[in-house]
Design a binder for this molecule. Sequence first.
Ligand code: TK8
Length: 363
Amino acid sequence: MKTTALPFSHLAQRAGRPLAALVTAAAMSFTAVAAHAATEMPPIPEVQGDVVEGDGNDYNLKFNIGLTQSSAQYRGLEYFKKIVEARSDGHITVEMFHSAQLGDDLQSVSALQAGTLEMTAPSTSPMVSMFPQFAVFDLPFLFPQPEDADRVLDGEIGQQMLEEASSKGLVAIGWAENGYRQLTDSTVAVSEPSDLEGLKIRTMQNPIHLDIWRTLGANPTPMSFAELFTALEQNVVDGQENPWNTIKSSRFNEVQQYATETNHVYTPFITLVSERFWNRLPESYQGLLREAAGDMGDYEREVSRSMSDQIKQDLADSGMEITTLTPEQVSVFQETLEPVYAQWRDKIGGDLIDRIRSAAEQQ
Ligand code: TK8
């Protein structure tokens, strides 16, 4: 695995502030919490299910995620740790790493393959070079409602995709969500594609995303998420796109003046285990990890969805200028992106797209 330059170094720097400043900051954040009780995350649930017998051995697993400690993803990870440790009666310990401390999405996946990291949960998008079928999730406006995504991911198609992704040194055991992606930028309030003319937009390392932003008239450039804050801060790029929760938990609002609620793509997180680690576990513990991943996914989605609107409001309160598109304005984006759909349909497989659409529509 390549070593990365310290990701989120802007957060690490904060840790070096003098004590007095920290105390003041802590007092202020208590006030902020009191004023915004609604932003509190739903409490971590009690652990359900019995203790699972292992093989008498102890296991330690490192679980590394890309988002920060204030994300719904980290909160889900805390629940995962609680479940696994309680239900293995302490025989499995979970070490949590956030903010790409042990590598970004792609580096973490390589580390799983090498057996130097046990678990991670990347967005599916940067993984399309390994698993082309994931590209379907990058099609613009695929899932009108979050429940449509749930029906697909938690149903037969999602199960089949987990099985297919259980290869190449990985075992895929569950889904969670990053969520609906929104545009942010530092230069202009965007309400129609023509506003994007020439704007440098960071995208995930994914060909459909590049195509989307090119088609909209922007100037997209793929980049690891771990490098993004600095790239925005130094104006290497003008904008980026991520869900409200991720924009807030990564503090992109500190370096981005504008946001547009585009909801252009819904991004899942996929929960992955290193196959080398998996094969060392007794079957009973493999089952436990699967169940814990399912519980984590349900809870993480609940956290993500219950907070999204409030977080959008918090971003506005913090000074971000947020453009909410009218249905007509959304249609302009959708129509402009139709060629992207058409172009990728055959490559991805029209059948899969049709199956996904009909599964998503079943009530
Ligand atoms: C975090 C990433 C991130 C994704 C991106 O590891 O790269 O923009 O949306 O959330 O998975």
